[in-house]
Ligand binder design. Sequence first.
Ligand code: NAD
Length: 477
Amino acid sequence: MKSIKHVIGGAETDSADGATFDDVDPYTQEPYATVALGAAQEADLAVRAARKAFDEGPWPRMSFEERGKLLHRLADLMDAHTADLALADTRDMGKPIAAATSKDVPRSALNFRFFADHARLSESQHLPSATGHHTFVQHSPAGVVAAIAPWNFPLMLETWKVAPALAWGNTVVLKPAEDTPHSAYLLARLALEAGIPDGVLNVVHGYGPGSAGEALTTNPAVDRITFTGESGTGKAIARAAAANLTPVSFELGGKGCNLIFDDADLDNALQRSLEAAFGNAGQVCLAGSRLYVQQGVYEEFTERFAAAAAALPLGDPKDPSTRLGPLASEEHYRKVTGYLDPEAHGHSKLLGGGAAPGWFVRPTIVLDPPPHAPVLREEIFGPIVTITPFTTEDEATKLANDTPYGLSAMLFTENLHRAHRVASTLNSGNVWVNCFFVRDLRAPFGGFGDSGIGREGGTCSKEFFTEARTVTMRICS
Ligand code: NAD
């Protein structure tokens, strides 16, 4: 059995009381590693290490070039260890190895390169005035950042937080999700190998409530909390953070819509819709899980979509040809299969799908469920999607916006005017027209409504991970 430890102040450590928990491989359903189980004490030690590195260490005082060099070195080491990092996520949560190797790990390394360069090239405001005063704005690192991550894209979402926080000179305590501790541990070791000083990136393992996660959110020495996870957890963290007025940035749940108009390029719509519905076994906050298809192409699209979904190869996530692995954990498998209950899908017709042996769920399509069916209202986070027909553009946007979430939307049309018109009416932080999952890291990323608070990416990450100081000088008398 492997042993996955905390990394605190540059040292690999067990918990003070020796507590551990099992890291279960969802394909074999067997534990394959033991993980140090952190509690308030370990969270506190990690925050102290990060505080010391911030208050006394070189990291926040380095030039952007020096820090950038170390972050680029870390990215190079991640590239060199792609196989280990990819396998860690695959064994932890059943992500197909092909996706982990070709998408998650390269994008994670890119996060470090991108944010190192973005910080180095970033400009700040200079405001000369006719009164003889000159005002300029400094962006100082905020301090100690607590980064709390989910399990669906473990390394990718952790680096999306850690990379900008470090690039702007902060120190970090990262708490990966309890189901996916492995790649964060490897990342912390690689950061040390890259020469990033002790205490700059700390990793503490454990659960959320009553465990390491909650302890980070109540610690007054934490200056920023960046969290990705469920909307309900976001509310709990917001309450905890309020006690210390700690600023938060939240990327929360989603219930993405996907509008397919009669004039769409149907082959393209089909491919992108499959990816958006069933990629990562539907365990994607941005998933296009509510499809709305215009009457003229409804039958053809539904038939072809169902056939293509049924043909997606399910299997061992370590096999490079697998497109759908098992769901990430037994608990999650039980939650997702609950939506196969007729009460949950409003007794609607199902195309394909259902549970398969192990913690697998086959791609399942629910046809035209009633508007209040849980399958249409709640985030399922699995390979179960709905398809609903519509007639007019106006009806489509109303249906699309009928949700408390607002993270992602897709639309397929060859009509440029319609594309602009519809995109600008969707209550969604991200809108993809004729494509899916294309990300420009300079752009804001986040959600409307229950899908989040604030935005990260590019300049938004700069604003969140720094304190702006406005300096005004009288330069002429
Ligand atoms: P989760 O909310 O259960 O857990 C996320 C993290 O929070 C874990 O590390 C967990 O240990 C920790 N946590 C739980 N309760 C806590 C508490 N009270 N205090 C502090 N930490 C706590 O979410 P999950 O099941 O890991 O992830 C799936 C969810 O994440 C879905 O809702 C999905 O949509 C969302 N998500 C959103 C985005 C986005 O960018 N908006 C991206 C990926 C996932």
